[in-house]
Design a protein around this ligand. Structure first.
Ligand code: NAD
Ligand code: WQD
Length: 342
């Protein structure tokens, strides 16, 4: 049974990935300091999988503490590095904090891998590295444009750090996964997106509005040159996304990779507009939604969606869920956590 370290394992994508890894026979340990999550997530994972996951509640920027994790776990076969701060708007307000957290934590992971001979790394990257992409759909070879935020720059810089690391340490193999717009929750509604910071992404804003946590919501612009005037994104269900990490690890462990660093886009390969997403929510849940059309949000890309053929071909990864599944599971999760909080 391969032992994998998941950083940010109590966060949104990390927790769903741990479930998928355990279901596929991996042994998992986690490092998460709960700066944007809570310990309860570990109970949800245990209820779903029947396995207790050990979490080291330490800050990955703290060199001595992370070194101790490597020392206590000399048999690690891979690391999935999710831990990062991820709010685009907040990164504009607090760029130093974003560079410090996202880059120092990655540096410590890379240093640990080299010193303790951990052979495989999966890194959480983002479609935000493409900036305002000059072609659609976006392939892994689409040129990266100027980062639109300090957050996106930490992802571009993180990728570059891993490129240089891979040259120097050819025995360490890496996969960079560029996620498009992750959304939805585990079908059990035992885990889902539960950030400590207020939600700003479209799907949680929709569910929070429908459940009454917000009075209403705004569609940021319906006058774009798209089929219905609203922006287009590639929404990928978090369980499909989670499974891509398992597939990427298996790919590296089975030595199927041709290069010691490979990049994959993770999206469903189709664009969904904001208004279509809202329609899907109302259709699937039967809920009304108090929304209004408002001003464009500064910095928004008009349309972006993935070409995911590389992941399908090389990893054998096929996303099975669509926007309806995203809305259904996100809504069940929202209802459940709202009831629990009452
Ligand atoms: P999240 O905030 O839910 O999870 C990140 C976890 O990392 C949190 O539990 C947080 O407590 C932990 N963490 C952060 N800094 C830490 C540190 N220094 N030490 C220890 N733990 C730390 O975020 P998520 O949505 O699960 O995102 C996971 C990764 O995927 C991030 O790298 C993010 O940038 C990337 N990503 C996310 C999205 C998205 O829309 N959710 C899209 C593209 C890429
Ligand atoms: C989606 C669409 C909004 C809220 C961000 C990051 C990106 C990646 C994914 C991390 C847009 C519209 C939203 C609302 C709205 N994260 N919207 N009303 O901006 O595509 O991507 O998350 O790597 O880097 O930038 O996601 O969910 O904020 O927006 O109309 O209240 O929904 O304008 O068109 P985005 P989002």
């Amino acid at each position: 049974m391969s032992k994998i370290l998941v950083t940010g394992g109590c966060g949104y994508i990390g927790s769903h990935t741990i479930v998928d890894l355990i279901m596929n026979g991996f042994e998992v340990i986690s490092v998460d300091n709960f700066c944007n999550s809570s310990e309860e997530v570990l109970e949800g994972i245990e209820t779903i999988t029947g396995k207790k996951v050990k979490n080291y509640a330490i800050d990955l920027c703290w060199e001595d503490a992370i070194e101790q994790v490597f020392k206590e776990n000399p048999d690690l076969e891979g690391i999935i590095h999710f831990a990062a701060l991820k709010s685009v708007g907040e990164s504009v307000q607090h760029p130093i904090e974003y560079f410090r957290n996202n880059l120092n934590s990655l540096l410590n992971i890379l240093e640990g891998m080299a010193r303790f001979n951990v052979p495989n790394l999966i890194f959480s990257s983002s479609c935000s590295v493409y900036g305002n992409a000059n072609e659609l759909p976006v392939t892994e070879n689409t040129p990266l444009q100027e980062a639109e935020s300090p957050y996106a720059r930490t992802k571009q810089m993180g990728e570059q750090m891993i490129v240089d690391f891979a040259h120097r340490y050819p025995m360490c193999k890496s996969v960079l996964l560029r996620y498009f717009n992750p959304a939805g929750a585990h079908e059990s509604a035992l885990i889902g997106e539960a950030p400590s910071n207020p939600a700003s992404n479209l799907v949680p804003v929709i569910t929070e509005t429908a459940v009454g946590k917000r009075k209403g919501m705004t569609v940021f612009g319906a006058d774009y040159e798209t089929r219905d005037g609203s922006c287009i994104r590639d929404y990928i269900h978090v369980m499909d996304l989670a499974n891509a990490h398992t597939k990427a690890l298996q790919y590296l462990l089975e030595e199927k990779n041709k290069e010691n660093l490979e990049i994959f886009n993770l999206g469903i390969g189709e664009g969904v507009s904001v208004l279509e997403a809202i329609q899907a929510f109302m259709k699937v849940t039967g809920q009304k939604l108090n929304y209004q059309i408002g001003e464009r949000r500064p910095g928004d890309v008009v349309a972006i969606y993935a070409n995911n053929e590389k992941a399908e071909k090389l990893l054998g990864w096929i996303p099975h869920r669509d926007i309806d599944d995203i809305m259904n599971t996100a809504w069940n999760w929202e209802v459940k956590r709202t009831k629990q909080a009452e």
